[in-house]
Design a protein around this ligand. Structure first.
Ligand code: GTP
Ligand code: MG
Ligand code: ZN
Length: 318
């Protein structure tokens, strides 16, 4: 029998089979994945094969090859990673300029990582109901213009305005979508508003810290009533670092990559080199200063702070 893992609780996995029944399964023997040391061999999003046992529970015996996965790196010395989810088609990066305000630096770091692993990202600006003032809306539109100009689709939504959810339903239908973003930006609220059949826990914003509490604690995949799956990930809790060469970084800033061949030196790092097309574009206002600043801070080795690392490396059963 075949199915897809929609929840993992350590030793048991909930598997949605081809008849849309959810079965509890465990793993037979040991699964080892090449390349990574992981605390969990199977994650939500994994396509698996299993057999039913006499007690009505299943035993997973095969994991299909993954097209990608995200892992959360451990922060202790064990070097073990935790696979959060596999086989992701796209990410919706939920951000807001209301509380807790998302920084351009965070968005740019997320986009960089997603570009590196070829996961398409759409940016969702939530909580627009809080933007009554014209100045705030203008600020929001200026912010959005930066990302639209370089090719990222942006949408303005509010989890409490149902009419703004229609576009998200279209975007997510029949796809496996990772819902990403800081704690408290409204990921779970948006998912609940997109599909009335889902009722994820929504946290209260803690006024004292102006940061959300971490209401969602582990990744879980939710089948959408209109087709497709949503993976609601926890907000930032542990921080994962992405290893990337300095030479590579501008390849994942799409507007810089486009200018690469116009720099005088083909190994130009777009810092102080003469006749650098990227620096010229920044001076002419063609590249947004905030984007270039994010680039500089990453080049300066300032932490590439992301809640997880995306990976396109295939994990296989030995
Ligand atoms: N005014 C307003 N409040 C919102 C909106 N979306 C979410 N909220 C509120 O923001 C708070 C956090 O929402 P959640 O949906 O729990 O946020 P989350 O991103 O899932 O947070 P974590 O699970 O901790 O990562 C809750 O108090 C929501 O009611 C919105 O569009 N407008
Ligand atoms: Mg949540
Ligand atoms: Zn250059």
């Amino acid at each position: 029998m075949k199915g897809i893992v929609i929840k993992s609780t350590g030793s048991w996995y909930s598997v949605l089979d081809e008849n849309k029944d959810v079965l509890e399964c465990r793993i037979k023997g040991k699964f080892r994945l090449s390349g990574i040391k992981s605390t969990n061999p199977i994650a939500v999003g994994d396509n698996v094969e299993f057999e039913m046992e006499a007690d009505g529970r299943g035993v997973i015996n095969t994991i299909a090859e993954r097209k990608n996965y995200i892992i959360r790196k451990s922060i202790n010395l064990s070097k073990q990673s935790h696979i959060l989810a596999a086989n992701i088609d796209q990410a919706l990066l939920i951000v807001t300029l209301a509380l807790p305000r998302t920084s351009a630096g965070f968005i740019d770091r997320f986009l960089l990582t997603a570009e590196a692993y070829h996961i398409p990202v759409k940016i969702i600006f939530n909580k627009i109901d809080l933007f009554q003032k014209v100045e705030l809306m203008e600020e929001l539109d200026e912010f959005i213009a930066i990302y639209q100009k370089i090719g990222y689709e942006c949408y303005k939504v509010s989890a409490i305005k149902n009419e703004t959810m229609d576009v998200l339903k279209k975007l997510t239908k029949d796809k496996t979508t990772l819902i990403a973003g800081h704690s408290g930006v409204g990921k779970s609220s948006i998912v609940n508003a997109m599909d009335a059949d889902l009722q994820l826990r929504v946290g209260q914003l803690s006024e004292a810290h102006l940061k959300g509490k971490h209401t969602t604690t582990f990744a879980e995949m939710h089948p959408l009533s209109y087709g497709g799956f949503i993976i609601d990930t926890p907000g930032i809790k542990e921080l994962g670092l992405v290893d990337m060469n300095k030479e590579e970084i501008s390849d994942y800033f799409v507007e810089m990559r486009a200018l690469k061949n116009k720099c005088k030196f083909n190994n130009c790092l777009h810092l102080n080199e003469p006749k650098c097309a990227v620096v010229e574009a920044v001076e002419k206002g063609e590249i947004a200063p905030s984007r270039y600043n994010s680039y500089l801070s990453i080049m300066n080795g300032e932490e590439l702070v992301l809640p997880w690392e995306l990976s396109s490396v295939t994990g296989k059963k030995n």
